[in-house]
Design a binder for this molecule. Structure first.
Ligand code: SF4
Length: 365
């Protein structure tokens, strides 16, 4: 079946709610048509700048306003990043994803350093991904020129529920950044989080937004919320393995060629649960003991699981060839120092406000 870009919410909900065995069978069949079922791509996520973010994402311990116990740090040095990338490579990772807790990328020395990190990791023959917030087209072009393989920018949830999670930027800003990345040869990684209090309709709505992009994202991370104390979502009930399996299987069916990535929330899943997700079409994981700031299984535990399941880590540049790296001195792009007018919808999200006030009072006491 050809990849469709016209899925409706109703069709996706119907798939999501199929009897589980039927859903698993269908997803596994689609998976085998498009991918080697015994190969799983392994990414290492590296937080190159942690905490102090001005945004109000209700799930995120890095938002400055929630004052959670996350130790913040300034931008890592290029040499530190290189050492971490080499360690990840020797542990079986084919991709390094660098995350910075920024609202958007600002031209200047910090971005220049990130570009140097991209060049350095690409030269190690690893796929390089970045997640740095909102991007202009010029910034996307500069990242592409440095050798970036993928840019992550999650839609998080449906357009409707987005307004219950984040008030400091709009859903359309996310789409605009994805569009800017699409103007380059960098691949798109975009997914979301389940367990934030959204309805099944919102899960389907997010998959409509992702699957109707043309082309569809090359990677789709599916996260289960890890509720962190101090954030507005600290009391959310954990999602069940069945919800995770259904979400993975549905994503696989509506986006047959994408790499579906099991992301945050894997520590709460048993090996059997993860195996079921692989069967349902997940073919990528984040490795390493930390996912930006939330815990994650240790790499050696993952490799034991791979051995038990007969899975092999995917080699880098299997899906697309290695990008060229242009040195900074040969760049054909200038830093434009643009100050784009990203939206600030500024609507009130009750649970975010309550948490912010509570944390302010705590800091004063
Ligand atoms: S998810 Fe990203 S943008 Fe939102 S608060 Fe956290 S670091 Fe900032």
């Amino acid at each position: 079946m050809a990849t469709r870009h016209n899925w409706t919410k109703e069709e996706i909900l119907e798939i999501y709610n199929k009897p589980l065995m039927e859903l698993l069978y269908e997803a596994a069949t689609v998976h085998r048509k498009h991918h080697d079922p015994n190969t799983v791509q392994v990414s290492t996520l590296l937080s190159i700048k942690t905490g102090g973010c001005p945004e109000d994402c209700g799930y995120c311990p890095q938002a400055a306003r929630y004052h959670t116990d996350i130790a913040g740090n300034d931008l890592m040095s290029v040499s530190h990043v290189k050492a971490q990338a080499l360690r990840a490579k020797s542990a079986g990772s084919s991709r390094v994803c660098m995350g910075a807790a920024w609202r958007n990328v600002k031209d200047g020395p910090e971005f220049d350093n990130v570009l140097e990190m991209v060049r350095t990791i690409n030269k190690l023959d690893m796929e390089v991904c970045c997640t740095l917030g909102m991007l202009t087209e010029n910034q996307a072009q500069r990242l592409a020129e440095a050798g970036l393989y993928a840019y992550n920018h999650n839609l998080d949830t449906s357009e409707e529920y987005y307004k219950e999670v984040i008030s400091t930027r709009g859903f359309e800003d996310r789409l605009e950044t994805i569009d800017n990345v699409r103007k380059t040869n960098v691949t798109v990684c975009s997914g979301g989080i389940i367990g934030m209090g959204e309805k099944e309709e919102d899960r389907a709505g997010m998959l409509v937004a992702l699957s109707t992009l043309n082309p569809q994202p090359e990677s789709v991370p599916i996260n289960a919320l890890v509720p962190v104390e101090g954030t507005p979502m600290e009391e959310q009930a954990p999602v069940s393995i069945w919800e995770m399996v259904r979400m993975v299987a549905t994503t696989r069916i509506v986006m047959p060629e994408t790499q579906v990535r099991l992301s945050a929330g894997r520590t709460q899943m048993s090996r059997e649960g993860q195996a079921m997700c692989f069967f349902a079409g997940a073919n990528s994981i984040f490795a390493g003991d930390k996912l930006l700031t939330t815990p994650n299984p240790d790499v050696s535990e993952d490799m034991q699981m791979f051995k038990a399941l007969g899975l092999n880590p995917q080699k880098p540049f299997t899906k697309k060839s290695k990008p060229e790296t242009v040195e900074a001195t040969d760049s054909k792009y200038n830093s434009l120092g643009e100050k784009p007018k990203w939206s600030r919808p500024g609507h009130i999200i009750e649970r975010n406000k309550v948490t912010e006030e509570k944390q302010k009072a705590k800091a004063k006491a």
